[in-house]
Write a protein that binds this ligand. Sequence first.
Ligand code: GUN
Ligand code: FE
Length: 423
Amino acid sequence: MQIYHANIIHTPERQRFEVIPHGYVAVSDGRVEGVYRELPAHLADCPVTDWGDRLLIPAMNDMHVHAPQYRNQGIAMDEELLPWLQNYTFPEELKYADTAYAARMYRHFVHDLWRHGTMRAVAFASVHFESTRILMRLLDDAGMGGRVGKVNMNRNCPEGLQESVEEARAACDALVQEFEREDSRVRPIVTPRFIPSCTPDLLAACGEMARRYHLPVQSHLSENHDEIALVRALEPESRHYADAYDRYGLLGPSTVMAHCVWTDGDEFEMLRQRGVMVAHCPTSNFNVASGLAPVRRFLDAGIPVGLGSDVSAGHDFSIFRMMVYAIQVSKMHYERDHSCAFLTLSEAFWMATKCAGAFFGRVGSFEPGYDFDALVIDDSPLVIDDSYTLLQRLERFVYIGDDRHIAARYCQGRLIPDPLSIP
Ligand code: GUN
Ligand code: FE
């Protein structure tokens, strides 16, 4: 048993923070045993890591990020989605046929997740099998967790990014062989890129792979008007964009769909009924001019929502910054429609931690039985006055703090060093 002593803040419930000033978390075998205001007598002899006056919070989960777009972070912001893909994104992803390039870039990608306090990610790799393995090994070697998808795509993109259905199946079989174990932190996820990139036989194969191996699924949904019109033209017999996935069995409680900016009506109801999680990516939705996702409506309907950086349509790895942007997006919604209340900080924090974490098991809270995924926040440079409450300190860190204030990172109870320090 290991005890951690700090100012503990988490969100067991969406509507409110639980704050335990100078409290204790007991961790055994990587899992939380309990959180205490006073150290119980039976734990008195356990070793204590004393983080003093620092904040101890759950680690971040990035529910949508594209690893092979790492080099393009912060550039190429002058197009909407479809030309952005063709002109900037596909040319960059083509480079991942070269495993040496992939290894070099993915090392820095994993470091950047770590740097921003993201201990679990649901990531897109590229269409390339060997490069995807490299990314999964790097994440695992780092001690971080997540789901990584070898992307499936076979139309409307350069030839070098197109695979056959047989290649898609063989790659999935091999990745499952290598990575899909109950105890592995980094596991595969079926990843049809989006409907415009996948022929019906590839989508059908994706559905079969997900069913055969009980794998989760990730993709993009209703992000942009031109994209939605293209899907309508490509799949005229589908009732709407979500239906084009659903007819291949790709929507379920272990599916995460990025964006859903324009999801409403029957499509909204379908996501709710299937139990799909939405990955809200506010910076991406700004940068490629997609629109404002109706997050409050999803939450109020019981549709789970996590936050995603969507690098490189999104420019920022920080899930803390995503909380701020998600709140700001909801305020723009509110400004147009006062019947839809804007998000609170506890709701945004809950989305990024406990709500998203459910995708990985018991992750994202300090309740008993949860994996101890945690960040130690040394916000002392931001505490310019001793009148701040603990929640105000957290709020200031979320709004104006950055990776310099993250003093330590834990995943499943292990202290995670900088992945760049691993030879
Ligand atoms: N839709 C299909 N591919 C992508 C991608 O790489 N980024 C975003 N934002 N949307 C997509
Ligand atoms: Fe994306």
